[in-house]
Design a protein around this ligand. Structure first.
Ligand SMILES: [Zn+2]
Length: 376
């Protein structure tokens, strides 16, 4: 979760209708049929909606019919993710977020799908795994299709003896086995972008985040485990549980180099990634390299945003941010038009339509079975 995501990443450049019409694979042309959209953003959103989009990682805790209405309009489904972090007042426990997410699921008539989590903090108390598995079964019965694990493993938690607790700690193993046996998926947000371990750099997409959240900034905590050690533990858990589907959140924290993801995809058939809050990292790498990567691994990358709507947030701002984010991301992935980010211009990837369909829809259906529910 990234609370700063409420600030729009970029302001979209308004382009003329003529330019948009030149892009055959985006569906913009079709979307410009009867009536026609009023703006470039509307055109992008119409093309986005036409693919039956699934945002595979969002945090919508505000129950507001206006958000449900936009989801209807965009034909959008999302994985609505709970996350426990004892440093965050709202995220200290599974409640109230579990109740909030279930309310949003009802209001959106199942479009916002429950992703549960569990508290890892009491892993040293007797009966931890049994207790956790019982809670997960209740959540699965309530509709949860996935279970989030979080970066507090490797970046915050230590044993009573002072040892850093990683995601592959034996204490969690019975839980991973249980999730696999129940045919659910683990959403693994482990580690952070490289910049978390590096000196402040205003050009980094995450500069503002660590400025606002110094407690999560590894560079300021040299005693923390290295990023390599955290990802090695993640890889170990993926390798040890070949029956468990693991989706690495935020490009699996391998955002700076698509080759790192390719290496894991080749090694682990049960591993995929979501692109939540990391689309800009695709812009920062060579266009041809990223495009070839997404075409080659078109079954392994899930579109996602990490959009956050806390109960106290303004619905109006959230609606604006959702539209801007979905339109910008569609424009970048589906068209060859220019997208602006942090004062620079990047040419869109113009991915082939069948690849877009996988990234925006099919892959979420495959990696999160149950996400389509029974309706829509
Ligand atoms: Zn998140």
């Amino acid at each position: 979760m990234r609370l700063l995501q409420i600030v729009p990443l970029t302001v979209l450049t308004a382009l003329g209708i003529g330019a948009a019409c030149l892009i055959p694979s985006s569906g913009v042309e079709a979307a410009r049929g009867a009536g026609g959209p009023a703006s470039d953003e509307d055109a992008m959103l119409q093309a986005f909606a036409a693919v039956g989009p699934i945002d595979a990682h969002a945090h919508v805790y505000k129950n507001d019919p206006a958000l449900a209405a936009l989801m209807d309009q965009l034909k959008l489904r999302m994985l609505n993710v709970c996350v426990i972090d004892d440093r965050d007042p709202y995220g200290k426990g599974i409640e109230p977020q579990r109740s909030d997410v279930l309310k949003v699921a009802r209001t959106t008539r199942g479009r916002a799908v429950f992703c549960t989590t569990f508290s890892p903090y009491d892993f040293e108390t007797p009966g931890f795994a049994e207790r956790t598995n019982r809670q997960l079964d209740q959540d699965f019965a309530a509709g949860a299709v996935a279970v989030k694990i979080y970066k507090v493993m490797g970046m915050e938690m230590r044993s009573k003896a002072g040892k850093w607790i990683m995601a592959d700690d034996p204490a969690f193993e019975p839980i991973y086995k249980h999730i696999a046996a129940r045919h659910r998926t683990v959403l693994a947000h482990l580690a952070e972008p490289d910049s978390c371990w590096q000196a402040p750099n205003p050009a980094s997409p995450d500069y503002e985040y660590y400025k606002e959240n110094p407690g999560e900034y590894a560079y300021a905590h040299p005693d923390w485990p290295s990023k390599a050690a955290i990802l090695a533990a993640r890889d170990h858990l993926v390798a040890e549980n070949p029956q468990l589907r693991v989706v690495g959140a935020h490009l699996g924290s391998m955002e700076s180099d698509v080759n790192q993801m390719a290496q894991r995809f080749d090694r682990y058939p049960n591993f995929a990634v979501d692109a939540a809050a990391r689309i800009p990292y695709f812009m920062l790498q060579p266009r041809d390299k990223v495009r070839a990567f997404l075409i080659k691994y078109q079954d392994r990358v899930l579109y996602a945003t990490d959009l956050v709507v806390m109960p106290t947030y303004s619905t109006e701002s959230a609606l604006k941010e959702w539209k801007e984010t979905y339109a910008r991301d569609w424009k970048f992935l589906a068209t060859n038009q220019t997208v602006e980010y942090k004062g620079h211009s990047y040419q869109g990837l113009q991915l082939p339509a069948p690849v877009l369909r996988k990234i925006f829809h099919d892959n979420a259906v495959h990696w999160f079975p149950g996400i389509m529910g029974t309706g829509h």
